[in-house]
Design a protein around this ligand. Structure first.
Ligand code: PMP
Ligand code: GLN
Length: 374
C-alpha cells in the first residue's frame, strides 16, 4: 500500500543498478560513492567522539562546533545555518517547509531524483525545463525557464555542478536567472553538494552570493562529496532566518537532529582539510581522464565533465537506448552505469545518454575500461 502522491515513485535507479551490479559482480560505476575514505584526522575525530560520549541528541540546529565551522567557511551568520541529515533532508525540508500545496516548482531536466519526491510529498507540482546543450556540455536555458513561470510558481531548484550531466552552469546564465527570480519573486533551492569537484578550468558560482540572491536562496551542501563520507549523511542548509524558520519546522519532525559524533569531525574537515580536498580532486581528474579515454577507445562519444564525479557517454551507436544499455551492461560487461532517462519527465533528448561515475581508485577504473573493451 502506498499513498497516491508516492505511487509514481518506484525503487530509485541507484538501488536498481547497484543491485544489478551486485548480482553480476560488476564494477559499480552507477551509484556515485567513492571507494576510498575521507581525511584520516576526520575519521579519527569521529571515533574519538564516540569513545568520549558524544552520543546523545545534538541541539536542533546542530552542534556548536559545526555551526561555527560552517559560518566561518561560508561567511554567513549563525542565524542562517541549519545542520541536516545529508543534503537530502535539507532539500526535502526546504520544499515541505516553504512550498504550499498546489504551487509549482521548476526543476531542470535531467534532475536529481530526490527533488521530484520532495515536491510530490509537498503536494506541489513539478515543472521540468530541460538544460540546453552548450559545447560538449550543458547550461541553463533561461529563456525556457522564463517561459515556464506562471503565477503559481513558488520555487526553482538548481544544481551546479550538476548531477547527472557533469555540467557547471555559467556565471552569465546564473546572473540572468537571478534577475528572473527577482522579477518573479521566486525562491531558489541551490543544491551545490559538488561545489568542490570542478575540473577542466570550470568555475563554480555560488548562487547565494549573486546580487540580491541571499534573501531568496536556500543554499544546500553536504560533507558527503567533499570528504568521501556519503554514509555520514551530514549536510546543511544556509538561508535567511525568515526562510530557515519554515525549513526548521519541517526538519524538526522528520529527524529532529542528525548524527552527533560526526559533527565535530565534519567541522574539522571544513576548517583544516582543504589540502586533502585538492589532492582528492586531482585524483578524481586522473580517474576522469582514464575513464574518458577508455570510453572513447571503446567507441563511445563522451560529453565534457566540468564538475561532479560523473561523465556522460552516448550509446546510440549500440542500437540500444540508455535504459536497455544499462540494464544489460552488468551481465554482459561486468560494469554498471546509470541511464539519464531515469532523471527526466521528457526523456527524448536524453534517451541515449548514460552516466558513469569515476569516484573509484584508478585501478578500478582501469579494470572497468578493460571490461568495456573486451
Ligand atoms: N544532491 C545531489 C545533486 C546529489 O547527487 C546527492 C547525492 N549525493 C544529494 C543531493 C544527496 O546528498 P546527501 O548524501 O548528503 O544526502
Ligand atoms: N548522489 C549519488 C548519485 O547520484 C547517490 C544517490 C543515491 O544513492 N540516492 O549517484
Amino acid at each position: 500500500m502506498t499513498v497516491n502522491r508516492l505511487r509514481p515513485f518506484g525503487e530509485t535507479i541507484f538501488t536498481t543498478m547497484s543491485a544489478l551490479a551486485a548480482k553480476h559482480e560488476a564494477i559499480n560505476l552507477g551509484q556515485g560513492f567513492p571507494d576510498t575514505d575521507g581525511p584520516a584526522r576526520m575519521l579519527e575525530i569521529a571515533r574519538a567522539e564516540i569513545a568520549a560520549g558524544n552520543n546523545q541528541y545534538a541541539p536542533l540546529r546542530g552542534q556548536q562546533v559545526l555551526l561555527d565551522a560552517i559560518t566561518s567557511t561560508f561567511g554567513v551568520p549563525e542565524s542562517h545555518v541549519l545542520v541536516t541529515v545529508g543534503a537530502t533532508e535539507a532539500i526535502t525540508a526546504t520544499v515541505l517547509g516553504l512550498v504550499e500545496p498546489g504551487k509549482e516548482v521548476i526543476v531542470l531536466e535531467p534532475y536529481y531524483d530526490a527533488y521530484a519526491a520532495a515536491i510530490a510529498l509537498a503536494d506541489a507540482t513539478r515543472v521540468p525545463v530541460p538544460l540546453q546543450p552548450c559545447g560538449a556540455s550543458w547550461d541553463l536555458d533561461v529563456e525556457a525557464i522564463a517561459a515556464a513561470i506562471t503565477e503559481r510558481t513558488a520555487m526553482i531548484i538548481i544544481n551546479s555542478p550538476h548531477n547527472p550531466t557533469g555540467a557547471v552552469f555559467s556565471r552569465p546564465a546564473l546572473e540572468e536567472l537571478a534577475r528572473l527570480c527577482e522579477k518573479h519573486n521566486l525562491l531558489v533551492l541551490a543544491d551545490e553538494v559538488y561545489e568542490n569537484l570542478v575540473f577542466n578550468g570550470a568555475e563554480h558560482t555560488r548562487f547565494y552570493s549573486l546580487p540580491g540572491m541571499s534573501k531568496r536562496t536556500v543554499w544546500v551542501n553536504s560533507a558527503a562529496k567533499s570528504y568521501n563520507c556519503t554514509g555520514w549523511k551530514t549536510g546543511w542548509a544556509i538561508a535567511a532566518p525568515e526562510l530557515l524558520d519554515g525549513i526548521i519546522k519541517a526538519k524538526q519532525f522528520m529527524t529532529f537532529v542528525g548524527f552527533s559524533p560526526v559533527q565535530p569531525a565534519v567541522a574539522h574537515a571544513l576548517l583544516h582539510e582543504d589540502a586533502w580536498v585538492q589532492d582528492m580532486v586531482a585524483g578524481l581528474k586522473e580517474c576522469h581522464d582514464i575513464l574518458v579515454s577508455g570510453l572513447r577507445y571503446a567507441g563511445f562519444p563522451v560529453h565534457e565533465t566540468k564538475g561532479t564525479y560523473y561523465v556522460v557517454a552516448d550509446v546510440e551507436h549500440t542500437g540500444m537506448d540508455g535504459i536497455e544499455f544499462c540494464t544489460q551492461l552488468p551481465a554482459t560487461r561486468g560494469v554498471a552505469a546509470i541511464p539519464l532517462a531515469a532523471f527526466c519527465d521528457q526523456p527524448e533528448p536524453w534517451k541515449y545518454k548514460v552516466r558513469f561515475a569515476f569516484c573509484k581508485r584508478p585501478e578500478v577504473i582501469h579494470a572497468a575500461v578493460e571490461r568495456l573493451l573486451n
